[in-house]
Design a protein around this ligand. Structure first.
Ligand code: SF4
Length: 312
């Protein structure tokens, strides 16, 4: 794969976008479609988890709240590009007063996925979600449940948050929405045991015990200096195939964020702490830019197949 930079790109991106620190050509992903559009609703959150990859917390403004008028042009543009799903992450999306309106508009066109902690902000808005139950396109919620033990979950999220998240999950289930759960990988517990423990928690909460779970590696808070192996162009051909390269999120999705008062399109959900990954003002522009594998989180995609998407 030959990657060439336009003069404009060379002026705006750091040298390390193109080469590793030992001057080898950096691995890239060439996007082939826009199947999924993520919208970042803002880094304000009702919780302040120390491990949050977005650094979200109450009042946080690193990424500003995405208003309906910010989101709509991207939703409309994505439809012209053949998008198949809209997905939303934060912060806690239901902190954002425009969230239900944005969902209502998006569901008129495509299925939607919302990542939520399922605590007070979501529970307060459940009556507003009533009108989104019977839409042609489905609304799916992915709820963060860090651990199958309440005490461990609550260490990061605050006392009582495990019980509240399960209450939120159960209410969403009773309303008929599709659900999944996100947790971090447990390095020291066999996967079958983790599945058994979560199944017991779901059963006790009146939920299907086989609720789908998505596991994530440690991503570290924004701008953390993490040392990860560098990915060269050679790595992308020696250790990946054409098919596996198509499964990287940046091959088929983009994320829109509001930063410094302006909306911008970033390569994926994992790199909004690095301005090099702001690929354009429009989705069409952003899809023209080959995505460098220079972020430390790219190694999680490369090595572990990490992905926020449930589409592949
Ligand atoms: S973190 Fe993963 S999906 Fe995002 S730009 Fe890097 S390789 Fe692509």
């Amino acid at each position: 794969m030959k990657v060439t930079a336009t003069a404009d790109e060379q002026r705006t991106r750091s040298r390390l976008w193109y080469v590793t620190t030992d001057d080898k050509p950096r691995g890239f992903i060439q996007s082939y479609a826009l199947d999924e559009l993520w919208l970042h609703t803002g880094t304000a959150c009702n919780l302040a988890c120390p491990f949050c990859l977005e650094g979200s917390k109450p009042g946080d403004n690193r990424l500003q709240l995405m208003r309906f008028d910010d989101a709509r042009p991207y939703i409309d543009e994505a439809l012209t590009l053949g998008v198949k799903q809209f997905s939303f992450t934060g912060g806690e999306p239901f902190i954002n007063k425009d969230m239900v309106r944005i969902l209502d508009y998006s569901l008129g066109y495509r299925p939607c996925l919302v990542l939520t902690n399922a605590t007070e902000p979501l529970i307060k808005r459940l009556p507003q979600l009533e009108s989104l139950r019977e839409r042609i396109h489905k609304l799916h919620f992915r709820v963060s449940l860090d651990h199958f033990e309440a005490s461990q979950h609550d260490v990061g999220r605050g006392e009582g948050m495990f019980a509240l998240a399960l209450e939120g999950l159960r209410k969403l289930h009773d309303m008929g929405f599709a659900l999944s759960v996100a947790n971090q990988v447990f390095a020291d517990i066999p996967p079958e045991e983790v599945t058994r423990k979560f199944a017991a928690v779901f059963r006790a909460a009146g939920l299907p015990e086989d609720l789908p779970r998505v596991e994530f590696p440690e991503f570290y808070p924004p701008e953390t200096a993490v040392s990860a192996p560098q990915i060269t162009q050679r790595c992308m051909t020696d250790f990946q195939t054409e098919k596996s390269r198509r499964d990287f999120m940046c091959a088929f999705s983009r994320m829109v964020v509001k930063i410094n008062g302006r909306t911008k399109v970033y390569a994926c959900t994992l790199v909004d702490d690095d301005p090099d990954y702001a690929l354009g003002e429009t989705l069409a522009q952003s899809l023209q830019v080959p995505v460098s594998m220079k972020h430390h989180r790219c190694y999680s995609c490369f090595r572990l197949g990490a992905s926020c998407s449930e589409m592949k």
